[in-house]
Design a protein around this ligand. Structure first.
Ligand code: NDP
Length: 481
């Protein structure tokens, strides 16, 4: 069986313990590879390598650093099919989605930061005739990057690309549930000529490897994407150590639909924003609020199209809904569907585990599920389910729907559907979310800040913010007279 290896100091090596964890193919419910069960000793070795590599990498001319990163992006493009297949097998997502979203966006992340770093500028302030003040930004040191399982390579590169481009060296941990594409990426890093020790990837469990990264005194900045509970644990460790911290956490995103929307576009995009990646995208809209006069028509057509989504083997090009990432996660999603019924919800479609025949008979498939009849304040509508489950609720006024939208502890993203420009601005200003999409969803311009409000995170990443995050800032004041 294939063994994944750690990438430390430029070499692919076994964990010190020589122990491995099982890696499941969730579409089959079978073990298909082994993951290093690394520990603090491996993290320590990785930090030593990253520290040793820092001087060369951080002082390398930015054009040269950029060229190496661009080469990695080119190699992702070259191995596009192989990476998409690996991502689908590791995660359970349709291979069509890995091809259209995950892998192209992974390459795009690296290209954006590799080129962006070449255009970064510092400010200077002329203090009359007396002084010049300038801002000096230098790479912060060794960065710790921890990523989740839902968009494995996309979010792994989202963390490491700005750190590397800014001149930091990195110790990274992908989710132990989906380590394969990060492993394949390390092989591409070698081929691209990334100097040894610049990127180190330590595979293993969050509480062991992740915690060791957070606790290590020589890791100065932590960039984390994952659940809110984990984010709080990380903050509790890192904050007293005064580490720089960026946390991209969970969401419970509202999708607000007014009667004057472009009906067809709203409907087709809402199917995607509800069920893409089996609903396992932090930006999926799981609470749909529809203006009352459109509610019946929208709900009827939405349910019809949900029923038509092809569930099954992720490797079939026609599949729209693949497997959930693990048996544990499937049980969690099913438990929320049970809770929704207990809370008085009516299931209009879905609600059950799906038995797929053939190769995928043991897989973790759940029907896309649409629920009505619940209030905005019940647990189903307040807690992150992170699966193919949405609720639909009617509203009458803007004020009312803003109250619903803002009623959770989360504030990651929101989607607004209206052809009324003034209303679009009003609602965008009123919704407490870090990312608002009007008449679209998941449209990204990497120059914009990315991240959530409230319990959805701290420290906006994206655009120049992420490059700045990985630098330390000095003001140099030169007296002229
Ligand atoms: P988790 O919080 O469980 O895990 C995220 C990462 O943290 C994994 O690599 C995990 O390792 C690691 N980890 C777990 N415990 C610790 C610890 N004590 N110290 C350090 N690292 C630790 O999230 P999931 O992987 O379940 O991902 C789903 C969550 O991520 C959802 O809540 C989703 O909303 C959120 N998310 C947020 C995004 C955003 O941009 N805001 C984007 C995508 C997802 P291991 O896997 O081994 O446990």
């Amino acid at each position: 069986m294939q063994k994944i290896l750690n990438y430390i100091d430029g070499s692919l090596i076994a964990p010190t313990s020589n122990q491995y964890l099982d890696n499941y193919n969730p579409a089959e419910g079978k073990i298909y590879s082994l993951i290093p069960d690394s520990d603090a000793t491996d993290v320590s070795k990785a930090v030593d390598a990253a520290k040793a590599a820092f001087l060369e990498w951080s002082t390398m001319p930015v054009e040269k650093r950029s060229a190496i990163l661009l080469k990695i992006a080119d190699l992702i493009d070259r191995d596009f099919e192989k990476l998409a297949l690996a991502e689908s097998i590791d995660n359970g997502k349709p291979v069509s989605q890995a091809k259209s979203l995950d892998i192209p966006r992974a390459a795009a992340n690296i290209r954006f930061y590799a080129t962006g770093a070449m255009h970064a500028a510092s400010e200077a302030h002329i203090t009359g005739v007396e002084a010049v003040n300038y801002t000096l930004r230098t790479p912060i040191g060794v960065a710790g990057c921890i990523s989740p399982w839902n968009l494995p390579l996309y979010l792994f590169t989202w963390k490491i690309a700005p750190a590397l481009a800014a001149g930091c060296t990195v110790v990274a941990k992908p989710s132990e549930i989906t380590p394969m594409t990060a492993f394949l990426l390390t092989q591409l890093c070698e081929e691209a000529g990334l100097p040894k020790g610049v990127l180190n990837v330590v595979h293993g469990l969050g509480p062991k490897v992740g915690q060791a990264i957070i606790e290590h005194p020589d890791i100065i900045a932590i960039s984390f994407t994952g659940g809110t509970v984990t984010g709080k644990k990380i903050a509790a460790t890192a904050a007293p150590m005064l580490k720089k911290l960026s946390l991209e956490l969970g969401g419970k995103n509202p999708n607000i639909i007014f009667a004057d929307c472009d009906f067809e576009l709203t409907l087709s995009t809402t199917i995607s924003s509800s069920f893409s990646n089996q609903g396992e995208i932090c930006l999926c809209g799981s609470r749909i609020f529809v203006e009352r006069s459109l509610f019946d028509q929208f709900t009827e057509e939405f349910v019809k199209r949900t029923k038509a989504l092809a569930i099954g083997d992720p490797l079939e090009p026609s599949t729209r809904i693949g497997a959930l990432v693990s048996e544990g996660h499937m049980k969690k999603v099913l438990s929320y569907i049970k809770l929704a019924k207990q809370e008085g919800g009516k299931i209009l479609t879905g609600g059950k585990q799906v038995a797929v025949s053939g190769r995928c008979a043991g897989g973790y498939f759940v029907e896309p599920t649409v629920i009505v009849g619940l209030n905005h304040d019940c647990r189903t509508n307040q807690e992150e389910i992170f699966g193919p489950v949405v609720t639909i609720q009617p509203f009458d006024t803007e004020e009312e729907v803003l109250g619903y939208a803002n009623s959770t502890t989360y504030g990651l993203s929101a989607t607004i559907w209206t052809e009324n420009l003034k209303r679009a601005h009003r609602i965008s200003a009123g919704v407490k979310s870090g990312i608002i999409w009007v008449n679209c969803w998941l449209f990204r311009d990497l120059r914009t800040p990315f991240g959530g409000m409230k319990q959805s995170g701290i420290g906006r990443e994206g655009g120049w913010d992420a490059l700045k995050f990985f630098t330390e800032t000095k003001n140099v004041c030169i007296k002229l007279s």
